[in-house]
Design a protein around this ligand. Structure first.
Ligand SMILES: CC(C)(COP(=O)(O)OP(=O)(O)OC[C@H]1O[C@@H](n2cnc3c(N)ncnc32)[C@H](O)[C@@H]1OP(=O)(O)O)[C@@H](O)C(=O)NCCC(=O)NCCS
Length: 174
């Protein structure tokens, strides 16, 4: 496992590799979702392309191999981090954190960053709390305002949020 995977925006040619990562990693949802809410595949090629028209897909590469993906979408006054998936055999090695940090660094200072995830998804919840995100008290309102997701998914989801500091800590020390 590479200690620090290379991160770059994904292009159309990366679609199938990205879908393989997403649809493999999303099988973990089987562990907590009721059967009626569980979908395999999680994302179709058409859905990936529709997402690509609204958000920027980023990928983490170990050598030539795509091992993790994440999307950055701006909706009105907020930035959404979406579709975070790391291949199971590469999880817990910091790939998700590297992707998140890379995307956060693109977001202008002071902008509120929002991440929606299943309430039962403790992997994502712990990763976000460790990264300084807090559970929003008004998750449903935020989900309805900024996301277009199916009603069943909305009802099982929660929101974590964080604001990029207006001034980086390193600037404050200068
Ligand atoms: C959520 C996910 C993207 C995290 O990626 P990752 O590369 O494994 O994350 P990192 O290695 O950077 O871990 C960061 C922190 O997340 C938390 N975490 C990650 N996996 C965890 C697990 N299995 N159990 C508990 N905490 C976990 C830990 O706090 C971890 O820090 P630590 O290893 O120092 O304790 C990955 O687990 C995944 O793809 N899961 C399946 C799909 C999914 O749930 N996506 C979330 C959609 S919002």
């Amino acid at each position: 496992m590479l200690a620090s995977p290379a991160i770059r925006p994904l292009a159309g040619a990366d679609r199938d590799a990205a879908l393989a990562v997403i649809n493999t990693a999303a099988r973990w949802y089987r562990e907590f979702l009721p059967p009626a809410e569980y979908h395999d595949p999680e994302m179709t090629p058409a859905a990936w392309e529709a997402e690509a028209r609204r958000l920027t897909w980023y990928g983490a590469f170990a050598g030539e191999a795509l091992v993790g993906v994440m999307g950055l979408e701006y909706v009105r006054d907020v930035a959404l981090l979406r579709h975070a998936y790391v291949l199971p055999e590469h999880q817990r090695h910091g790939v998700g954190a590297r992707l998140r940090e890379h995307l956060e660094a693109q977001i202008p200072a002071g902008i509120r960053i929002i991440v929606g995830t299943y309430a039962a998804n403790y992997k994502a919840g712990r990763a976000l709390e460790k990264a300084g995100y807090r559970r929003a008290p008004d998750s449903e309102v935020i989900l309805r305002a900024y996301y277009a997701i199916p009603e069943d998914r909305l009802r099982s989801s929660v929101v974590y949020e964080k604001r990029r500091p207006a001034q980086a800590a390193s600037d404050l020390r200068k």
